[in-house]
Every structure is written in structure tokens, then in C-alpha cells.
Design a protein around this ligand. Structure first.
Ligand code: ADP
Ligand code: GLC
Length: 495
């Protein structure tokens, strides 16, 4: 099947979070299944620099953009970068300037990206290739299903699957943007583009896409309820039959302690000896006291309200005060959370090590060197770090929500007895509940040698969250979207 995978970031080209991991590894997994998957991304400077075998090609006649064709580093995955200098050739990250403020023309930038995707879908740039299906991701690609809507355009078009990676980011803009972007004025109502008097790119996708997915079964249920629906739960309930929860996979060629090139010593479930060396190396790097016995708790992530960093601070403070734990954190985001995290490190020198910023090798070193991994997210569509920590023998402590609930098995006495436990989960998302989970975790850690802790590590390391099952689920969903005629033709040609 010819699949165009459209995203605003992809690991290897440009990354701010888990969307990049998925956008690199899912299309690659589809290609391993002999599907003709290709990736399209905005041509940010960093993406242009990282693209392999970059070859410029003209865009459609008269278009203010051209295409840079190439491959994703380390793979054979074809990539098209939309090289639109006015919108994408600027320093900073894909969504915001270096001062952290969103680019003021984000509506124009990503509407432009959507129109370029539509041009590729119709092969207007003469690539001699047009997709049968477009897989769109998050609000940045949200206008594509509307722009391709056959009822408006009257032409055949590829099918569209839209994935919600995070409902908290909806692409909301002032009402006047509808005119600025030349969108159909008759769609300005709450059953289409309007969300409380604002234009919503996300809502447009939820209404016009052929199918909708999100990145875990639990999050698919949660977003149909007011608590996690972010005001779109009604729209999602109305499309319930077309909404599917498919868990993200992990790319174990990047995230496996047996072959990780970023860590001090490699190790595996069969030979865990290297884990202690990673702990010592992490303690040294983060300025912590080198002590093999004190429990070292790690955290990696965007510092935003979603991730519960404030809960982490509050629950860990008494444990730090009592000298019972060490903390190693890397992350960046909201200034208030960055400052509070820096203050914690200053208050507990030698016990708390913090790096504010984005540091890929350090993320690997924290996964490998910590004893426990903290993810007290208030909500978490899927979450990848807990999956990495399972593979690294670093049991996660998670709030039982979204993908965290779907992937971590709590170390209750029953689950320990049954040999299924992989970590610790708690609810509700309160300091007290996190504190209680930490006490359970520390008790089990302190009693290591009695077999339970070792079993927990081994159970987590043995779980397989690779892409096989998830890529198959996406492929099955894509096939359901194709028009019957072409499905029959496919079946006939397969005979
Ligand atoms: P989200 O997409 O909400 O940020 P995920 O858990 O799905 O959360 O994915 C986060 C990804 O980004 C992981 O690969 C994680 O290692 C990485 N990451 C986040 N913040 C940092 C950081 N400051 N330094 C290095 N890697 C980071
Ligand atoms: C989002 C979510 C995260 C998910 C990632 C990839 O950023 O916050 O939970 O793992 O997308 O799907």
C-alpha cells in the first residue's frame, strides 16, 4: 500500500517528544512489512541538515515551496521535506522561538504544510507517486482531511487516518484566522471548525478524517469522557465507532541496554552486571554521591503540567530530607517547573542532579543508571519512557492513566505472587498516592535479595513492546479504509 505519513517531527531529523519517536519508527516498521510508506515533514533547518541523500525537487508550478527528497538517517525510509523558507527556515524549535513563545504565524505555517501535503496527495509536484492513504498526526496536520474532502472538492482522494498523540495541544487560533487561511466560511460552526469561538485544527481533523486513532486503548476511552476530553469528548463520542486505541511501539534498535551506545556498560536480563556501572557513572555525571546502595530515582521529560513534575518534587522532598533517595532529572519546558527543579537540586546538593535542557544521551544514561523511573503524569496518551525503563530493568512508578495504565503491571502482593508485576502504579494523581507508591517501591528495593525486586526487573525486561503488533494493527486499519473496489482488486492480484 502507498502510505504517506505526515508529521511535524521525526527522530533523526528533529525531535521534541514522543511524536518524533513514533513518526520515525512506525513508517519504518510498515516498510519492513513491504508497504510503500513515505514520510513528509516541514523543512526546518535541522531536518534539512540531517536528511540523507538530500535532492531538491521543484514544487508544483507557482508554489512558494520546493521539495527536498531524501532518506531518514540510518534507514531506507523515503522522506519529503517541504522547503518553504518563509515558514520553516528559522532557528528555534518546530513550534516556538528560542524564548519559548509559540511562533505567531503557526496557523499559517501549518496550514501551509497541510496544503503542501494535499499537493503531494494529488501528485501535483510530479513525483510520479501518490498515496492511497495518508496517516496524519496531531493538530499540525489537522486541516488535511478537510482540504481533501470529496464533498467539497468533487475529486477522488486518498483515505485519511488521523492520530491523536496528545489532545492537550489542539491548534486553536482566533476566529479571524478562518478568513486569513481562506477556509470555507460555511464551516464556521460548532459541528465543524469552531471550538468556543476559536478555530480548532484538531477538531477539523476529528470531524473530517475517515478514521481516528490514539496511542493507547485506555486513552481512547478516557478522551470520550469530560475529565480528559479537553472539551472534545462530545465530538469523540460521536465518532466512537471510528476511534481506535493502538499502543505505540518501541524501537529496540535505539532503546536496548544490550546495544546502547550512549551508556557506560551494556547489560541484559541474562547478565545484569553492567547496571551497577551505569548507576556509578550516572552518579558521577550528575554530581551525586557515589553510593551503590542508595536508591536512585530517574525522570526524563518535557517539563509541563501534564507530566506531574510538581507532584514528583513534593513527594520526593521528605525522602530527600531523610537522606533515603537520590534523584537524577533531565527535562525542559515551563520556566516555573524548570526553576523549581533547579531549586531542588540546590537544596539537596549531592542528592539531586538536574540537567535543564534536551540531552538524548543523558536520557539513555538515566534509563540505564537509575533504580526506579518516575512518571507521575496527570494524563499520558501513551508514554514511551516507561516502556524504555521496563527494557532497562528500571521499574517505573506511574500514575495509572492512559498508556501508563496499559503497560505497567502494579507490584501488588497478588501480581508479585503471580509473577506478572513490572512496576508500581498509583491513583489518584496526588502527592499522597505517589508518596505511598514510592514507599512500596523503596520497601521492595531495600529487601532485594529476597527475589521480588529481581523478579520485577526481569519481568519488565522480558516484556515486548516492539512495533510488530502495533504496525500490524495500523495496517489492518488502513486496509479497512481503502475503497472496496481496490480491496477486491488487491485480493484478486494476491491470488
Ligand atoms: P511526550 O511525547 O509527551 O513528551 P513520551 O514519553 O511519549 O512523552 O516521549 C518523550 C520522548 O522524548 C522520549 O523519547 C524521551 O526520552 C524524550 N525526551 C523528552 N525530554 C527529553 C530531554 N529533556 N532530553 C532528552 N530526551 C527527552
Ligand atoms: C504525545 C504524548 C505521549 C505519547 C507521544 C507519542 O506527546 O504526550 O504520551 O507517547 O505523543 O505518541
Amino acid at each position: 500500500m502507498r502510505i504517506l505519513f505526515a508529521s511535524s517531527e521525526a527522530y533523526g531529523l528533529v525531535k521534541t517528544g514522543g511524536l518524533a519517536d513514533v513518526s520515525a519508527s512506525l513508517p519504518a516498521a510498515l516498510r519492513r512489512r513491504r508497504q510503500d510508506a513515505r514520510l513528509v515533514l516541514p523543512g526546518y533547518p535541522e531536518a534539512c541538515r540531517n536528511l540523507v541523500d538530500a535532492t531538491p525537487r521543484p514544487g508544483p508550478d507557482g508554489a512558494p515551496w520546493q521539495i527536498i527528497e531524501g532518506r531518514l538517517p540510518g534507514t531506507r525510509l523515503p522522506v519529503y521535506l517541504i522547503d518553504w523558507p518563509e515558514y520553516f527556515q528559522r532557528a528555534g524549535n518546530p513550534y516556538s522561538a528560542s524564548n519559548g513563545m509559540d511562533w505567531p504565524d503557526n496557523a499559517q505555517r501549518f496550514a501551509g504544510f497541510a496544503r503542501a501535503i494535499v499537493a503531494l496527495a494529488r501528485d501535483e509536484a510530479g513525483l510520479d507517486w501518490a498515496p492511497e492513504l495518508i496517516h496524519l498526526n496531531d493538530w499540525q496536520t489537522g486541516l488535511v482531511p478537510l482540504l481533501l474532502d470529496p464533498e467539497r472538492t468533487g475529486v477522488e482522494r486518498p483515505r485519511t487516518v488521523f492520530t491523536i498523540h496528545n489532545l492537550a495541544y489542539q491548534g486553536l487560533f482566533p476566529a479571524s484566522t478562518v478568513q486569513d487561511l481562506n477556509l470555507p466560511a460555511d464551516l464556521w460552526h460548532p459541528e465543524a471548525l469552531e471550538f468556543h469561538d476559536q478555530l480548532s485544527f484538531m477538531k477539523a481533523a476529528l470531524i473530517f478524517a475517515d478514521a481516528i486513532t490514539t496511542v493507547s486503548p485506555t486513552y481512547a476511552r478516557e478522551i470520550q469522557e469530560p475529565v480528559h476530553g479537553m472539551g472534545l469528548d462530545g465530538v469523540l463520542r460521536a465518532r466512537s465507532a471510528d476511534l481506535h486505541g493502538i499502543l505505540n511501539g518501541v524501537d529496540y534498535s535505539d532503546w536496548d541496554p544490550a546495544r546502547d551506545r550512549h551508556i557506560a556498560a551494556r547489560y541484559s536480563a541474562e547478565d545484569l552486571a553492567g547496571k551497577a556501572a551505569n548507576k556509578a557513572a550516572l552518579q558521577t555525571r550528575m554530581g551525586l554521591e557515589t553510593n551503590p546502595d542508595i536508591p536512585l530515582l530517574g525522570h526524563v521529560g518535557r517539563m509541563v503540567d501534564q507530566k506531574g513534575v510538581d507532584l514528583l518534587h513534593a513527594a520526593c522532598t521528605p525522602l530527600l530530607e531523610a537522606g533515603r533517595i537520590q534523584l537524577a532529572l533531565v527535562g525542559s519546558g515551563q520556566k516555573d517547573l524548570e526553576h523549581a527543579t533547579g531549586a531542588l537540586a540546590r537544596a539537596y546538593p549531592g542528592q539531586v542532579g538536574v540537567h535543564i535542557g534536551y540531552d538524548e544521551p543523558l536520557a539513555h544514561q538515566i534509563e540505564a543508571g537509575s533504580d526506579l523511573f518516575l512518571m507521575p503524569s496527570r494524563f499520558e496518551p501513551c508514554g514511551l519512557n516507561q516502556l524504555y525503563s521496563l527494557r532497562y530493568g528500571t521499574p517505573p512508578v506511574v500514575h495509572a492513566t492512559g498508556g501508563l495504565a496499559d503497560t505497567v503491571v502494579d507490584a501488588t502482593p497478588e501480581n508479585l505472587e503471580a509473577g506478572t508485576a513490572t512496576g508500581f502504579s498509583f491513583t489518584p494523581d496526588s502527592v499522597a498516592a505517589l508518596g505511598a507508591a514510592l514507599e512500596r517501591a523503596l520497601a521492595l528495593y531495600t529487601a532485594r535479595g529476597d527475589g521480588h525486586w529481581e523478579q520485577l526487573m526481569h519481568n519488565g525486561m522480558a516484556r515486548d513492546f516492539g512495533w510488530t503488533a502495533s504496525a500490524d494493527a495500523y495496517l489492518a486499519l488502513y486496509r479497512e479504509q481503502l475503497p472496496r473496489r481496490s480491496r477486491r482488486a488487491k485480493a484478486a492480484s494476491a491470488l
